[in-house]
Design a protein around this ligand. Structure first.
Ligand SMILES: [Zn+2]
Ligand SMILES: [Zn+2]
Length: 267
C-alpha cells in the first residue's frame, strides 16, 4: 500500500497546524486510515452513518403517540410515519447503495490505489474545508433543485419521487431517483477534489452532510436544531425544507438561505 506524507505547503493557507487540535485528529486518523483502505469502507460508512442518524428519529416517531410532550417539537404534531411508509424508504436506500453506490465507489477505489497521507489535517484546515464544501454543495444543489422544479419534464422524471412524502420524515431523506442520488453524490465528491481535501476532512464532511440532510427531513424542530444555532437566519434547516416539501415553489437551498433570498424564493 502506497504511503504519502503531506508537505507543509498544503496547509499554508490555514496557518500553523502543529497544535493540539492536529494531535487529536492524528489520534483519530491513525485507525481510520487503516479502515479507509478497504474497498467496502465507503458503502458501509455511507449506509451506517445514514441509518444511524435516522434511527433516533424513527424511535421518536414511534414514541410520539405515547409521549405527548414530544409533539411540541414536531412541525406536524399529529403526523407519525407508518411502517408502510418507513419500510419502502429503507428498502430503496439499501437497494440503491448495493446496486449503484457500491459499484461506483468500487470503480473509484480500483482506479485510485490508496495513496493515503500519514499525517492528519490541521483542525483549522479541516473546519475551513468542511464549511467551504457545505457552501459549495448548497449552491450546486440550489441550482440543480431550482432547475428540476422549473422544468416540468425534469421534475416528473427525476425529482417527483423525493416529493412523494409530505410531511417528510427522516428515512424519506434519501427516497429519491437514481439520477438525483448520483447528482448529489457528484456535487459531494467534486468539491472535495477541487479543494484537495484530506481524506479525514472528506469523511467529516460526509458525516456533517448526511446529518444535516436527515435533520432537514426529520420533521422535528428542537431547541438545538442547526437553524437555531446559526445566527442571522443564515441557515434554513428543517423548517425551511419542510416548507419546500409542502409548498414546492420556495426554499430550494438545502441548508443556507442566501441563494433563496437573492433569487426571491425564500419563504
Ligand atoms: Zn424539491
Ligand atoms: Zn427533501
Amino acid at each position: 500500500m502506497k504511503k504519502k506524507r503531506r508537505g507543509k505547503s498544503k496547509k499554508a493557507g490555514f496557518g500553523n497546524v502543529t497544535n493540539s487540535g492536529q494531535l487529536v485528529l492524528q489520534f483519530v486518523w491513525d485507525p481510520v486510515r487503516t479502515l479507509t483502505q478497504s474497498a467496502f469502507f465507503p458503502v458501509i460508512f455511507a449506509i451506517t452513518t445514514y441509518v444511524g442518524f435516522c434511527l433516533p428519529f424513527v424511535a421518536l416517531d414511534a414514541l410520539c403517540p405515547w409521549v405527548p410532550a414530544l409533539r411540541r417539537y414536531k412541525i406536524h404534531p399529529d403526523f407519525s410515519p407508518s411502517a408502510r411508509q418507513l419500510l419502502p424508504c429503507l428498502r430503496q436506500t439499501l437497494y440503491q447503495h448495493a446496486a449503484f453506490v457500491f459499484p461506483t465507489t468500487l470503480l473509484y477505489w480500483l482506479r485510485s490505489p490508496a495513496a493515503l497521507p500519514e499525517d492528519a489535517p490541521g483542525l483549522l484546515e479541516l473546519v475551513g474545508h468542511v464549511v467551504l464544501c457545505l457552501l459549495l454543495f448548497d449552491a450546486e444543489f440550489f441550482a440543480w433543485h431550482l432547475l428540476h422544479h422549473r422544468v416540468p419534464w425534469l421534475y416528473r422524471t427525476f425529482h417527483k419521487l423525493h416529493h412523494q412524502h409530505s410531511p417528510s420524515f427522516a428515512l424519506a431523506t434519501q427516497y429519491m431517483s437514481v439520477w438525483e442520488l448520483f447528482s448529489l453524490s457528484f456535487f459531494d465528491m467534486v468539491n472535495l477534489m477541487l479543494l484537495q481535501c484530506h481524506p479525514l476532512t472528506a469523511l467529516v464532511f460526509h458525516v456533517v452532510n448526511i446529518w444535516l440532510s436527515v435533520e432537514d427531513h426529520s420533521g422535528y424542530d428542537f431547541p438545538w436544531s442547526t437553524h437555531r444555532l446559526v445566527p442571522f437566519g443564515w441557515y434554513g434547516g428543517v423548517v425551511h425544507h419542510d416548507r419546500h416539501h409542502s409548498q414546492f415553489t420556495c426554499n430550494f437551498s438545502p441548508y443556507f438561505t442566501h441563494w433563496d433570498r437573492l433569487l426571491g424564493t425564500l419563504r
